[in-house]
Design a protein around this ligand. Structure first.
Ligand code: FES
Length: 115
């Protein structure tokens, strides 16, 4: 499915280092809440809503092993694959991120374009 990319960070406006390494936050794009994480190598984006009981993952923590940790019951989700721990048996959707010369972009598929 084709993607449309939306700018999250504009390096001219936010600087070249707009989010701390190993941090998470919630962003809103097209009325959709997304958890944006920064690891040492890149940015990653997953659903903000924890599938366990609906907490906002963007209010949680980011581990150096590349997982977002939910702030309520501490379930963990891999930021690259979206998979929870095997004993959890759940997952979150992941979204492509591109770091370009002028900023950081997230790709959303067509169902989000008209919102
Ligand atoms: S709400 Fe996220 S682990 Fe329970």
């Amino acid at each position: 499915m084709p993607l449309k990319f939306y700018k999250i960070y504009d390096f001219a406006e936010h600087g070249k280092d707009p989010q701390a390494v190993f941090s998470v936050r919630t962003i809103e794009i097209k009325n959709k809440l997304i958890c944006l994480a920064r690891l040492a190598d890149a940015y990653y984006a997953v659903d903000d809503k924890c599938p366990h009981a609906g907490a906002r993952l963007g209010l949680g923590k980011c581990s150096e092993e590349g997982k977002v940790i939910c702030p309520i019951h501490r379930y963990q989700y891999d930021l690259k694959t979206g998979r929870g721990l095997p004993q959890q048996g759940d997952y979150v959707n992941t979204y492509p991120i591109e770091t370009r010369a002028d900023g950081v972009y997230i790709g959303l598929d067509k169902k989000w374009w008209q919102i």
